[in-house]
Write a protein that binds this ligand. Sequence first.
Ligand SMILES: Nc1nc2c(ncn2[C@@H]2O[C@H](COP(=O)(O)OP(=O)(O)OP(=O)(O)O)[C@@H](O)[C@H]2O)c(=O)[nH]1
Ligand SMILES: [Mg+2]
Length: 351
Amino acid sequence: MKFVDEAIITVRSGRGGDGLVSFRREKYVPHGGPDGGDGGRGGDVILVADPGLKTLLDFHYRRHHKAGSGDPGGRNNRTGKGGDDVTLKVPVGTVSTDTGTGEVLADFVEAGQAVVMCKGGGHGRGNARFALPWRQVPDFATPGRDGRERVIRLELKLLADIGLVGLPNAGKSTLINRISAAKAKVADYPFTTIVPNLGVVQAGGPDRTFVVADLPGLIEGAAQGAGLGLQFLRHVERTRALVHLVDASSPDPAEALAVVERELAGYGTGLASKPVVVVASKADLPGSEAGIDALRAAATERRAPFLAISALTGLGVRELVGRMATLAAAPAPSEMTGPGTEPQRRGGSGR
Ligand SMILES: Nc1nc2c(ncn2[C@@H]2O[C@H](COP(=O)(O)OP(=O)(O)OP(=O)(O)O)[C@@H](O)[C@H]2O)c(=O)[nH]1
Ligand SMILES: [Mg+2]
């Protein structure tokens, strides 16, 4: 399935129904009492987080969503039928922003969370409402109010605990395939991975289960948009920690490490200050010893934990998974800043 992680859609809530002007018709009574009912409320447009959904693909095919209008009020004080709400399902991890104001409207962090994007227009009031002792023949009602329209941006941020970063070809996809059931494409050319892959890793026991994201390789200039990395860097914003893979058999592993670090720092949003494990990959290859030593030294300099692994032979992988599990169990950045986790939230994300 194609991975779509951004969509822009137009949503419009329904108009409220008009209030009715009407009088009871009774024999011999020229003007019975006023009996015009209220209009029905306009329908809302609501987004709800559905755990079964993985992409925003549907929103690329349907970009306009309109809720129903309320019916006008009826005779006999009957209230018009309310307009139908439109409920749109989004994957967990979707953030919705008003493109006009930039306001974050909703941040879907848990399944079932529902947030109104556009509230339906208010209903008009029927003339029966306006009867007063000194105004027994109200010959007016109020109209329903228009719904509102919003152009909203939906962005899907993968909710992974650990992000795999590194230059293209570092062996990220090979690693995720080894430690999870992910089936990421692996090849000996750069940019094999063009969309993020998610893998669930079971490190023993349900509380030791975590999600890893394998991302497209980062290259110099990624934070400014070079390569494919930038559009996916947002996916690592919420990870608890990064595993930084460097091909130990490559010509200058320490520089490779530094290049990617600069891109993470350049992207901002705290990526560079996340806990990181420096990993020398492809440690099975002959001639990787010098690279392993250089990376170990670079990790020590940064006071970062270091491991040499081979995703091919499995060397060091079990230990790496153990470390990932421990890091994944640490509070997520979003949990530390305490975004609302209560469902039915409207308004800012709290980030
Ligand atoms: N010898 C050896 N080769 C490896 C190892 N891990 C990955 N490779 C090889 O390195 C190449 C790149 O591996 P990928 O897993 O596709 O690398 P990647 O980091 O996902 O690359 P991009 O998706 O392009 O960023 C492939 O040919 C792999 O077979 C390893 O531990 N040992
Ligand atoms: Mg890859």
